[in-house]
Design a protein around this ligand. Structure first.
Ligand SMILES: NC(=O)c1ccc[n+]([C@@H]2O[C@H](COP(=O)([O-])OP(=O)(O)OC[C@H]3O[C@@H](n4cnc5c(N)ncnc54)[C@H](O)[C@@H]3O)[C@@H](O)[C@H]2O)c1
Length: 380
C-alpha cells in the first residue's frame, strides 16, 4: 500500500553509549523523525528521553505499536542483535541494526531470509562508506583513475581498550574481537570499492590470554580472553583483486595505513573507514607526491557528539529513502556477505573458505536522497 507521509517515523531500541550519535544524528535528515525509544533499562531510556526530548516506551512491542513508527533501529550490544532483531522483525516494521549484523554468519542468515519473507526492509551499519570519502574513492575506482586494481590492504589495528574503557570484556568474548568490532567498517569499504569476495584464507590466534584493565575507572581487574584477537587473511575478490587484511587487538603501535588499493596506474589511499568524510589521496606511478581528490559529494560530518563520536544516521536515512524506490545501499544482503567474510577472518579458515554468499556493489550515492522529502512511501 502506498501512503502519503511527510516524515518517516523511527523508534530507537537501546539507549546506551552510541545512542546519542543517533538521537542527534537523525535530526539532520529532513525526512526522518524520532517517535520514541526503549531500553531494557528504563533508567537509561528515561535519561535518553529527557536529554533528547523523545517519548519513552516500556518495551519494543509498545514502541512498535506507537503512532507513526515505520523503522525500528537496533542499538543493542552485538550478542543481543540476533534476538532483538528477531523481535523487531516480528512487529512487522522495517529494521535497521548497528553492526555487526549479528555475532555470527550462521545466526544472521535466517534473519535476512525472514525479513524478505515478511516483505520488510532490513538494513545494517556500517554506513560510513556512504560518506564523501567512501564515495570519492568509489568514483576514483569506477573512473579507472588507478587502472586495474590488482591488490588491496586493510589494517584493522584497534587496541588499547584496556587503557581507557572501564569494562572492555565484550571485546574479548564471542561477539567481540577485532574482525567483528572494527572489521565491518573495513570490509564494507573494500566490498563497496571492489565488489564481492570469492574466497578467504585466514589464520587467527589469541594474543594474550589475560588482558589486565588499567584505567582508574575500571569495573573489572582483568579479562580472560576466549576468542582470537589477532588474524591475518588473504581475500580473493571476484574481480581478481587480492586483498591483505590484518585484524588485531595485539598491534599496539605501528606505521600502517587504514586501506590502500594498488592499481596498474597508481595507489589510492583510503582514510579511516570508521569516519565518513576524511581525505582520499592518490599517487599515480611516477608522480612525485600524493594529492588529495576533491570530494564527489557533500560530507556528513557536520557535528560530533560530546563524547567525540561522529554523528550517525545515514544508514537509517538510506533505508527510509529505499522505501521511496531509491537503491538500498546498506542492505542486510550486503552486510550478510560482509559478515561471512568477517567470520572467516575472525576464526581463521581450514584452508580456503569459498564464500556461500555474494552481493551487488551498493549503487554509488549522488547524495540527493539525504535531504529528500519523503512524501510518498510504500509502507504497508
Ligand atoms: N559505542 C560505540 O562507540 C559504537 C560505535 C559504533 C557502533 N557501535 C555499535 O552500537 C551497538 C551498541 O553499542 P553501545 O556501545 O551503545 O552498547 P551499550 O552497551 O552502551 O548499549 C546497549 C544498550 O542496549 C540495551 N539493551 C540490551 N538488550 C536489550 C533489549 N533486549 N531490548 C532493549 N534494550 C536492550 C542495554 O540495556 C544498553 O543500554 C553495538 O552493536 C556496537 O557494535 C558502538
Amino acid at each position: 500500500m502506498t501512503v502519503q507521509k511527510d516524515r518517516i517515523g523511527v523508534g530507537i531500541v537501546g539507549c546506551g553509549n552510541i545512542s546519542g550519535a543517533y538521537f542527534r544524528g537523525l535530526e539532520r535528515f529532513d525526512g526522518l523523525r524520532i517517535v520514541g525509544c526503549t531500553d531494557l533499562s528504563q533508567e537509561l531510556a528515561q535519561a535518553a528521553g529527557e536529554r533528547y526530548g523523545v517519548p519513552v516506551f516500556a518495551s519494543v512491542e509498545e514502541l512498535a505499536a506507537a503512532e507513526g513508527v515505520d523503522i525500528l533501529v537496533n542499538l543493542t550490544p552485538p550478542l543481543a542483535h540476533e534476538s532483538v532483531t528477531r523481535a523487531l522483525l516480528a512487529t512487522g516494521k522495517h529494521v535497521f541494526t548497528e553492526k555487526p549484523l549479528t555475532a555470527s554468519f550462521a545466526t544472521a542468515a535466517p534473519l535476512v531470509a525472514e525479513a524478505r519473507e515478511r516483505g520488510v526492509l532490513f538494513g545494517s551499519a556500517p554506513d560510513t562508506f556512504l560518506g564523501s570519502a567512501g564515495q570519492t574513492a568509489r568514483a576514483a575506482v569506477d573512473e579507472g583513475l588507478i587502472g586495474e586494481v590488482i591488490g588491496a590492504s586493510a589494517f584493522v589495528t584497534h587496541s588499547k581498550a584496556e587503557l581507557w574503557h572501564p569494562d572492555p570484556t565484550f571485546l574479548f568474548i564471542p561477539g567481540g574481537g577485532p574482525a567483528l568490532d572494527m572489521g565491518p567498517y573495513y570490509i564494507a569499504a573494500l566490498v563497496n570499492l571492489l565488489g564481492p569476495v570469492a574466497s578467504v584464507s585466514a589464520r587467527a590466534r589469541i594474543g594474550s590470554t589475560v588482558r589486565p584493565v588499567s584505567t582508574p575507572e575500571r569495573r573489572v581487574e582483568s579479562i580472560d580472553v576466549t576468542i582470537p584477537t589477532h588474524a591475518s587473511a588473504t581475500l580473493d575478490f571476484a574481480s581478481g583483486a587480492i586483498g591483505t587484511v590484518l585484524a588485531s587487538f595485539d598491534v599496539w603501535d605501528h606505521n600502517l595505513p587504514f586501506i590502500e588499493l594498488y592499481g596498474s596506474k597508481g595507489t589510492l589511499s583510503v582514510p579511516d573507514p570508521n569516519n565518513y568524510d576524511d581525505a582520499v589521496r592518490v599517487r599515480l606511478h611516477g608522480e612525485g607526491e600524493w594529492r588529495e581528490l576533491p570530494p564527489v559529494i557533500d560530507g556528513f560530518t557536520d557535528g560530533l557528539l560530546e563524547e567525540l563520536l561522529p554523528l550517525r544516521g545515514p544508514g537509517v536515512a538510506d533505508l527510509a529513502a529505499a522505501l521511496t524506490g531509491e537503491p538500498h545501499r546498506t542492505s542486510a544482503d550486503f552486510a550478510l556477505h560482509v559478515l561471512e567474510v568477517l567470520d572467516a577472518i575472525a576464526n581463521g579458515t581450514d584452508g580456503v573458505h569459498t564464500l556461500t554468499t555474494t552481493c551487488e556493489r551498493p549503487a554509488p550515492s549522488t547524495g540527493t536522497w539525504r535531504s529528500a522529502s519523503l512524501e510518498e512511501t510504500a509502507i504497508a
